[in-house]
Design a protein around this ligand. Structure first.
Ligand code: PLP
Length: 450
C-alpha cells in the first residue's frame, strides 16, 4: 500500500517540492542492488543512491558495525578529546589513499569537505608566510557542494545566483566538455587537453600566480552531466600548479572509492593532488561523513607554525569523527578491500561501456560518455522545455521500468553500485532505451506532469 505520510512539513532538497508531493516517489527499504517502494515495487538502483552506496545497500558488515557502535558509545566530543575509532578510521582511509596523502580531517559531507580543504589551503599559505595567496580557482560546471566556499568555486549558475557575492577572489577555468569534437568517446576524450593551459595563459597571467592559493577540480565532473577530462588534461593542471606553488585539490566526492575502478581518480589517472575531498562512499553512505586527505607536509606546516599547546587549525565540527560514522568507515573500507570491489568495478567497466554505447543511434541521443562505472547520456532537449525530456525518462524508468536513474538538465547520469552484474547493466540501459523509443513513438507521456 502506498504510504500515506504527511508530506507538508519536509522542505525537500534540490527537488521540485510541489511536483514531488503531487505523486511522491517513496523508497522504504533497500538491499544490495535494489530499493523497495512504499507500494511494494523493487527498483534497480542505477545510481548507487546518489553516487554513494558503492558496496550496495545495507551491507550486513556495515550495518553490524554501526549497530554495535550505536549501543557502545553514541557520541564522544572530539575537541580536545578523542575516541579510538576516529583514529582507526583515518588510518583505514590512508591505507587506500595515494602515497604521501596521509593526514585526514573528518567532517560530515562533501560540502564540508570542500570548505575544509579550501580553508586548509588558505591557512597553509598563511602559516608559511605567503599571505598574498588568497585566490581560489574552480571550474565552470564544477559542483563542489552547497557551502559558501563550494558554490563560490563551483560553476553552476543556478546554485549561485540567489546567494549574493559568495567568496571574493575566485576565478574559474573553462570546462572541457566539447561534444563537437568528442561525441561518443569511449573513455577519455581525445581532444581538449590544451584547455588546461588556460590556467597559466589566462588566469595566472591575469591574477599573478603568487596570489593564487589553490585550484580545485573534480577529476571527472559528475553532477553537471559527466564531463570527462581529456587525455593529458589533469597532468597539465598538476604541472602548472607545481610550477607556481599552487595547491591542487581534487574533489573526489563521487570519484572516490572505486567509481573508476581504482581507490581514487588520483590513482586511476596517476595524478596525485595535494588534497583529496571525499564523502559518500567513505561510509558507503550508511552514515553521513566527509573527509579531506592531506599531504603530510601541509599538515606538518601547521604543526611547526604554532606552539605545542596551541590549536593549530581553528576549524572542526561537533560531529567530526562521529563514532557511528567512524565505525562505518572502517567497515566500508574493509568490505571494499575484502570483496575486491574496486577491481570488480574495473573488470565490469568494459561491459558497462558497451551497454552504454549501445544507446547510440536511438532517438534523441546526442552523446554518450563513460568512464569506469559512470556514464552520461546527453539528450536533445525539447524546444522551449529544457530538462523535460530527461526528466520524463527518469519518471518513466521509475514508475514503469522499476529502474532508478538520475538526470541533470537533459543529461542522464548513471553510477550504479560496484556490485552490479551484467544482466542488471542490461536492464538499466534497456529501460532507458525502451523509454526513449516510446517517447519517439508517442511523445512525452502523462508521468512527466504527474
Ligand atoms: C564533486 C562533489 N563535491 C561535493 C559534493 C557535495 O557533497 P554533499 O552533498 O555530501 O555535501 C558533491 C555531491 O554530489 C559532489 O558530487
Amino acid at each position: 500500500m502506498p504510504n500515506t505520510v504527511n508530506t507538508d512539513h519536509f522542505w525537500m532538497p534540490f527537488t521540485a517540492n510541489r511536483q514531488f508531493k503531487s505523486r511522491p516517489r517513496m523508497l522504504v527499504s533497500a538491499s544490495g542492488m535494489y530499493y523497495k517502494t512504499d507500494d511494494g515495487r523493487e527498483i534497480l538502483d542505477g545510481t548507487a543512491g546518489l553516487w554513494c552506496s558503492n558496496a550496495g545497500h545495507c551491507h550486513p558488515k556495515i550495518v553490524a558495525a554501526i549497530q554495535k557502535q550505536a549501543a557502545t558509545m553514541d557520541f564522544a566530543p572530539m575537541f580536545q578529546m578523542g575516541h579510538p575509532l576516529a583514529f582507526e578510521a583515518a588510518s583505514a582511509l590512508v591505507s587506500i589513499a595515494p602515497e604521501g596523502l596521509n593526514r585526514v580531517f573528518f567532517c560530515n559531507d562533501g560540502s564540508e569537505a570542500v570548505d575544509t580543504a579550501l580553508k586548509i589551503a588558505l591557512a597553509y599559505h598563511q602559516v608559511r608566510g605567503n599571505g598574498l595567496r588568497t585566490r581560489l580557482i574552480g571550474r565552470e560546471r564544477g559542483y563542489h557542494g552547497v557551502g559558501f566556499g563550494g558554490i563560490a568555486v563551483g560553476g553552476i549558475a543556478g546554485n549561485r545566483k540567489n546567494f549574493g557575492a559568495t567568496l571574493a577572489g575566485v576565478d574559474h577555468l573553462r570546462h572541457p566538455l566539447d561534444i563537437s569534437r568528442n561525441a561518443f568517446s569511449r573513455g577519455l576524450p581525445e581532444h581538449g587537453a590544451e584547455i588546461a593551459d588556460e590556467l597559466e595563459q589566462r588566469l595566472l597571467a591575469l591574477h599573478d600566480p603568487a596570489t593564487v592559493a589553490a585550484v580545485i577540480v573534480e577529476p571527472l565532473q559528475g553532477s553537471t552531466g559527466v564531463i570527462l577530462p581529456p587525455k593529458g588534461y589533469l597532468q597539465k593542471l598538476r604541472a602548472i600548479c607545481d610550477k607556481h606553488g599552487i595547491l591542487l585539490i581534487f574533489d573526489e566526492v563521487i570519484t572516490g572509492f572505486g567509481r573508476l575502478g581504482a581507490s581514487f581518480a588520483a590513482d586511476y589517472f596517476g595524478v596525485v593532488p595535494d588534497m583529496i575531498c571525499c564523502a559518500k562512499g567513505l561510509t558507503n553512505a550508511a552514515v553521513p561523513m566527509g573527509a579531506v586527505i592531506v599531504r603530510q607536509d601541509i599538515h606538518d606546516a601547521f604543526m611547526s607554525a604554532s606552539a605545542e599547546n596551541a590549536i593549530e587549525l581553528a576549524h572542526g565540527y561537533t560531529y567530526t569523527g562521529h563514532p557511528l560514522a567512524a565505525a562505518a568507515v572502517i567497515a566500508a573500507i574493509d568490505v571494499y578491500k575484502g570483496e575486491n570491489l574496486f577491481d570488480r568495478a574495473a573488470a565490469m567497466a568494459p561491459y558497462f561501456e558497451d551497454a552504454a554505447h549501445s544507446l547510440k543511434g536511438l532517438p534523441y541521443v546526442k552523446d554518450v560518455r563513460n568512464l569506469g562505472l559512470v556514464c552520461g547520456i546527453e539528450l536533445e532537449p525539447i524546444a522551449g522545455k529544457p530538462a523535460a525530456r530527461a526528466f520524463d525518462v527518469f519518471l518513466k524508468c521509475f514508475w514503469e521500468q522499476g529502474v532508478l536513474i538520475r538526470t541533470t538538465g537533459d543529461i542522464i547520469a548513471l553510477s550504479p553500485p560496484l556490485i552490479i552484474d551484467k544482466p542488471q547493466i542490461d536492464r538499466v540501459f534497456g529501460a532507458i532505451g525502451d523509454v526513449l523509443k516510446a517517447q519517439h513513438a508517442t511523445g512525452i507521456g502523462s508521468s512527466a506532469v504527474a
